[in-house]
Design a protein around this ligand. Structure first.
Ligand code: 5AD
Length: 468
């Protein structure tokens, strides 16, 4: 059978969709790039804010209408809208959904398909699926613990995500994620290494290790490795398998040890890029969010990261309009961002989420227009800061890992994860090339391949020599 997955929300969902795709591939189904052709439709959902949840329902009702015309289509709902507990109410509300899958767990769909005999049916009826399955089985390096990419991504996907710790056991008062993704569980090293290795063998050149709080990796395994140990292990695998770059996200300020930062600085394939949410710059708001640090702690952390990792880029998340946030408190967040000059800030308007402490015990009293004003003020500030930071790269030469073509240009990223566009007729996918930056803006930069610059320069010399 053909499947199509819509992935909403965070990178963890991207990774979960990849795991689901891998399991479906192993069972003889294959991806289609054209969703109308799919027999199986899966929406991998996000509920971090109401707007994300609305998107999931929008897509779902569109698919429902199509399924009414063609009841043979299978609709699967995955991710944080479903959650880790049996979604009884959701089952009643959405009787047309065939399968509900918790985050990171493709098994319900596999069971559903097996019960229908769909795998045998798919393999018998579909020569492409059969050939594909045989090809997979022939490759002795594909083991059951490997991650298998859909055909169209094999030897073409450059950057992939690998979860290392699932769930979250913290209780930030605004956050619904612990309720939907369950308690913190670190994955065994062997499982992580198998995924990294198999992705590398299918052409992936950059791996991002994921966790809701990635720097908590291993804390739930007695005497287990921590994130720093894991980075060393993954770095060895990367060297063996030709993975050029390793990143990890998202970090929590309270778990960023010096040992971890020094590991990032010491390992050449681990990129100087840290994502560490601040959420607010006011201590009283931070306390009511239950973040466990003060603005001064965060300020000191940023200084420590910059001291230990030369050239580091730091990304943050901010929530504006948290219940009770006064103008003066918002101003402290604004001032902190202005002072710290970070490389990226993802700014969200507070959205009350059912079941969370802030939704149950606090009043969502900042009016929508005021939330929007605060969001825009921070956005404007941050774009100005990033434009200035990026402008410092003008004329510099930076190594860029190229991912894909976008319109008539190649698109890639610097070690600091900044987007760079370059014109070239060569196939740059998956290559790391030196690029001279010729233009910078807040969201991206443009440049020329250094090899092209040098070729033109030596061409000029030849011309000169000839004319002289
Ligand atoms: N409202 C708005 N933003 C939220 N986030 C998490 N929960 C909420 C909420 N209820 C933001 C945080 C987090 C990011 C992934 O989403 O900034 O870091």
């Amino acid at each position: 059978m053909h499947y199509y997955i819509w992935t909403l929300g965070c990178q963890m969902n991207t990774a979960d969709s990849q795991l689901l795709a891998s399991e479906l591939e192993k069972h003889g189904h294959h991806a289609t790039e054209n969703w109308e052709d799919a027999d199986i439709w899966v929406i991998n959902t996000c509920v971090v804010r109401q707007s994300a949840e609305d998107k999931a329902y929008g897509r779902l009702y569109q698919l429902h209408a199509l399924k009414q015309r063609d009841p043979s289509r299978i609709i699967g709902l995955m991710g944080c809208l479903v959650g880790v507990r049996d979604p009884l109410r959701l089952r009643q509300k959405l009787p047309f959904v065939d399968v509900f899958m918790p985050p990171s767990d493709p098994r319900p769909l596999l069971t559903f398909l097996a019960d229908r005999g769909a795998e045998a049916e798919a393999l018998a009826a579909d020569a492409v699926a059969r050939a594909h399955r045989d090809a997979l089985q022939d490759e002795d390096d594909i083991a059951s613990g490997d991650l298998v990419l859909p055909v169209h991504e094999r030897n073409s996907l450059v950057s992939a995500h690998v979860p290392v710790v699932y769930g979250c056991s913290f209780a930030c008062t605004y956050c619904i994620i612990p309720f939907r993704r369950g308690v913190e569980r670190s994955r065994p090293v062997g499982e992580i290494v198998a995924h990294v290795r198999s992705l590398a063998r299918q052409g992936v050149r950059e791996i991002t290790l994921l966790g809701q709080i990635v720097d908590r990796y291993g804390k739930d395994i007695p005497d287990g490795p921590d994130l720093s140990d894991l980075l060393h292990i993954v770095h060895d695998v990367a060297e063996e398998e030709g993975v050029a770059r390793i990143r990890f996200l998202t970090s929590h300020p309270n778990w960023m040890t010096d040992r971890l930062l020094d590991t990032v600085a010491a390992l050449p394939r681990v990129m100087p890029h840290i994502e560490v949410p601040n959420q607010a710059g006011d201590d009283e708001v931070l306390a009511r969010m239950k973040r466990g640090y003060t603005a001064e702690d965060y300020r000191r952390l940023i200084a420590r990261i910059r001291e230990r990792i030369p050239g580091v880029a730091i990304h943050t998340d901010i929530i504006v309009g948290f219940p009770g946030e006064t103008e003066a408190q918002f101003q402290r967040t604004y001032d902190l961002l202005a002072e710290l000059r970070l490389d990226k800030a993802h700014i969200a308007k507070y959205s009350p989420r059912p079941g969370t402490v802030s939704a149950r015990r606090m009043i969502d009293d900042v009016p929508p227009e005021e939330k929007e004003r605060r969001r825009k003020a921070l956005d404007d500030l941050q774009s100005q800061i990033v434009a200035e930071i990026n402008a410092r790269s003008l004329g510099a030469t930076v190594p860029v890992l190229f991912e894909d073509r976008h319109r008539d240009k190649w698109r890639g990223r610097t070690p600091q994860n900044k987007l760079v566009f370059v014109e070239s007729d060569r196939d740059l996918r998956g290559r790391v090339e030196d690029v001279q930056i010729t233009w910078t803006g807040p969201w991206s930069m443009q440049g020329r391949l250094l090899s092209d610059v040098l070729a033109t320069a030596s061409g000029d010399t030849i011309t000169l020599a000839v004319t002289r």
